[in-house]
Design a protein. Structure first.
Length: 285
């Protein structure tokens, strides 16, 4: 009875116009904020400066958050079919659309780093091997999540959502933890290389303040769960630290010279790797 009351469609029938407009604009802005990062990886054809662990943990965090909001908004989607008009339905699903676009935007960075730099002379073969391994770990983990959610749907198909909601909260906690941990290897990588590399400053300038606004937007959604907005509030704080580091290095370090030296080091490393690989093939023949 308590669950049925909690998920009453009445909670979605009086949407706040300001919250809806803010949420809609954020949904567009969230994906657009990732575009500078996509463009930078495509232009440089290198993932230099981006930590493979950062991309893996961030993608896992984004997908866990997507699983969370997918489950949390099940009642809203059911109400859309039964009782809500188009505007009410759109308002009830703004949070889901936001997190979906965020997950797509972030995971696309990973995809571009793995497949867009594969044959580039600017990409470290060693680093690319780590990226590829991490990407397949992410794909396997995402598939397991999807299969488990399908299994929980079968358990709760009689109408209850206890198991699904419990898994949603677990996914939210996992997303929060990963959102925090993901910045540790990236902060370390940036500290070591002393420049942003393929990490986009415009992306972080857009996302850092946007992260706080987005957290508030998710918090103010009807039937909001703490596990849905907390990951983005935590991530915004750590992204601010990373942004300040990159700005500091750009202002006080010879960034262009550092990046040129990094590209030269990668070229020498790849040349050495190619010669070593050629020698192995020759010895086998």
């Amino acid at each position: 009875m308590e669950i049925a009351k909690k998920f009453s469609c009445k909670v979605y029938q009086q949407p706040d116009v300001f919250t809806f407009c803010l949420g809609f604009l954020l949904a567009i802005g969230i994906f657009v904020s990732y575009v500078p990062q996509h463009i930078k990886v495509i232009k440089r054809r290198s993932s230099e400066g981006l930590s493979p662990a950062f991309l893996l943990l961030g993608s896992l965090s984004a997908f866990s958050a997507l699983m969370n909001i997918f489950i949390v908004t099940i009642p809203a989607r059911r109400c859309c079919v039964a009782q809500l008009n188009t505007y009410q339905c759109a308002n009830s699903l703004v949070g889901f659309v936001q997190i979906l676009l965020q997950a797509v935007g972030y995971i696309l960075i990973f995809v571009l780093c793995v497949f867009g730099t594969k044959h580039s002379i600017r990409e470290s073969k060693t680093n690319h091997h780590k990226l590829t391994l991490n990407f397949y770990i992410f794909v396997a983990s995402a598939l397991l999540d999807v299969l488990f959610v399908v299994y929980l749907f079968q358990i709760d198909k009689k109408g209850g959502m206890e198991s699904l909601l419990f898994f949603a909260d677990i996914s939210g906690v996992i997303s929060t933890v990963l959102a925090i941990i993901q910045y540790i290897p990236q902060i370390y990588t940036t500290f070591m290389v002393k420049h942003a590399g393929s990490l986009s400053l415009p992306m972080m300038c857009l996302q850092t303040p946007g992260g706080y606004v987005w957290s508030y937007s998710l918090y103010s959604q009807p039937n909001s769960q703490w596990s849905s907005w907390l990951p983005y509030f935590a991530a915004a704080n750590l992204q601010l630290v990373l942004l300040l580091m990159c700005v500091y290095y750009k202002m006080y370090f010879p960034t262009k010279l550092t990046e040129a030296n990094a590209e030269l080091r990668i070229a020498e490393e790849n040349m050495s790797h190619s010669i070593s690989h050629a020698d192995e093939n020759t010895s086998l023949i």
